[in-house]
Design a protein around this ligand. Structure first.
Ligand SMILES: [Fe+2]
Length: 181
């Protein structure tokens, strides 16, 4: 099954606000990408929100990350389709992704932090973050250094990078609250 409230399910296993923000942002980007690929926005967002559900449980053990997450999801009654995508998003264990959902998750997972960092540099004004800003910051390897640029580019076989970045900005904008404070 597809959980009615993936965020509530995530919060049963994750307490870090930063991690929850990362998962929500990744989900929002996934939702924004789906229509461009004729995919299901609800399913894509759900996968994005849930992809790091085991992050606190595995406590940095990247040999278990994703595998444990898939087990948690199956235990909660979530479909194998979603669980398998979560399992395989760990690029330390699984390579050669080719399905659109896998490529989108690789790229969304990696760009979400970069876009949030770009917005924070602009004092929280996500409306000032443009494709140009993000591309410039992608070249600055010291900026949001944890965001793997090669992994962001996973999307390129199925989507133009500019369209991807634009969609990712739109996705994060939809869930952004700081600029309204
Ligand atoms: Fe992630």
């Amino acid at each position: 099954m597809v959980p009615d409230d993936p965020l509530a399910l995530l919060k049963e296993h994750v307490t870090s606000e930063t991690l929850i923000e990362h998962c929500v942002a990744t989900g929002a980007i996934m939702r924004a990408l789906a229509p461009h690929l004729d995919e299901d926005p609800d399913l894509f967002e759900t996968i994005g929100i849930l992809h790091d559900i085991d992050y606190e449980e595995v406590a940095g053990d990247m040999e278990r990350h994703g595998i444990v997450g898939a087990e948690m999801l199956l235990h909660a009654g979530v479909s194998e389709e979603i669980a398998d995508t979560v399992r395989k998003h760990n690029h330390h264990l699984f390579r050669g992704h080719s399905r659109p959902v896998d490529l989108c998750l690789q790229s969304a997972d990696s760009i979400s932090g970069l876009i949030i960092a770009c917005a924070l540099v602009k004092g929280g004004a996500i409306g000032e973050v443009t494709v140009k800003t993000v591309k410039k910051k992608m070249k600055d390897k010291g900026f949001a250094a944890g965001c793997d640029r090669d992994r962001i580019r996973s999307i390129e076989p199925i989507m133009d990078l500019d369209l991807f970045i634009q969609s990712a900005i739109e996705g994060v904008t939809r869930i952004w609250r700081r600029s309204d404070d």
